[in-house]
Design a protein around this ligand. Structure first.
Ligand code: GTP
Ligand code: MG
Length: 279
């Protein structure tokens, strides 16, 4: 795919608005937790975030670690730690890493309190912005930290539409934010991977095209994967449809249904786990 035929594009109005708001909200927060996806731990972080955050203290959280192989998770942890960020791996449904992150935030709060006392001021709660790409699990993380289903979550990008504060215990205030991505997905190779992990809307491109490009990418970049997942490599959409018996009236294969089901299984980890980039 070239940059000219830009198939995958998705930048809804609420994301544009959130991106503008993030800048002003940043002046109110003490630190940031940036979530990246364990299946794309480098390129689910975007350079504009570094520009935006500047020197603001930041913790990196590699989420959905249950959906990536252990070796790539370890490489991703090393990658972000080498850049100087405290980094945790999270599997929120499995409750892995959440306490570690909670402890890390506790340390930041202790440091803030000490600084404020030194200046003769009354310590306050630590204000933390939770940010990252759409559908990475920001609102789910907040719910896990507060132990309540307070934020709306969903299995698609663009669920959180506006910034929202929530207070926990005596020491923390968290700011949930809508997922952000670059306005133009210039690198369509990365855009395809973002679509495959569910961080750009499934409506950003026709599902059959996405699925076909996905199968092609898996075959060329991850030889052996399709064999493991479908018992055949290469494999094309009609064959998956046949395996799954997705037939229309008249016996023709329902390609749309096949594509949607393949994409959904890949996203949710029903197919074998996979990290979509080399670290
Ligand atoms: N497998 C797995 N799924 C997760 C994990 N964390 C969150 N999810 C799922 O990811 C989906 C998205 O979660 P949300 O919390 O809504 O994501 P978000 O980052 O707030 O998304 P936006 O508000 O759309 O930007 C939901 O279906 C969650 O159940 C995880 O650690 N592992
Ligand atoms: Mg959300």
């Amino acid at each position: 795919m070239t940059t000219e035929d830009r198939l995958i594009q998705w930048y809804p109005g609420h994301i544009a608005k959130a991106q503008r708001q993030l800048k002003e909200k940043l002046t109110l927060v003490d630190c940031v937790v940036e979530l990246v996806d364990a299946r794309l731990p480098k390129s689910s972080h975007f350079p504009f975030v570094d520009e935006l955050l500047g020197q603001k203290p930041r913790i990196m959280a590699i989420n959905k670690s249950d959906l990536a192989p252990q070796e790539s998770l370890e490489a991703a942890l090393a990658y972000w730690r080498e850049k100087g960020f405290p980094t945790v791996a999270l599997n929120i449904p499995g409750r892995e890493g959440v306490q570690e992150l909670r402890k890390e935030l506790g340390l930041y709060h202790a440091a803030l309190s000490a600084k404020m006392k030194q200046r003769g001021r009354i310590p306050r709660k630590l204000r933390t912005l939770i940010m990252g790409l759409p559908n990475v699990g920001k609102s789910t993380l907040i719910n896990a930290l507060i132990n309540k289903r307070s934020m709306k979550v969903g299995d698609k990008p663009g669920v959180t539409k506006s910034m929202q504060w929530v207070s926990i215990a005596k020491d923390l205030e968290l700011l949930d934010s809508p997922g952000v991505i670059p306005p133009k997905l210039e690198d369509q190779h990365v855009a395809l991977k973002l679509a495959l992990i569910g961080s750009v809307s499934e409506h950003s491109a026709p599902p059959v095209q996405l699925a076909e490009l996905g199968l092609q990418l898996l075959h060329t970049e991850f030889p052996g994967y399709l064999q493991k997942a479908f018992g055949q490599e290469p494999i094309y959409l009609p064959e998956i449809g046949r395996q799954r018996n997705f037939l229309q009236k008249g016996g023709e294969i329902d390609l749309d249904r096949t594509a949607i089901s393949f994409l959904s299984d890949l996203r949710s980890g029903k197919l074998p786990v996979l990290c979509l980039e080399k670290i």
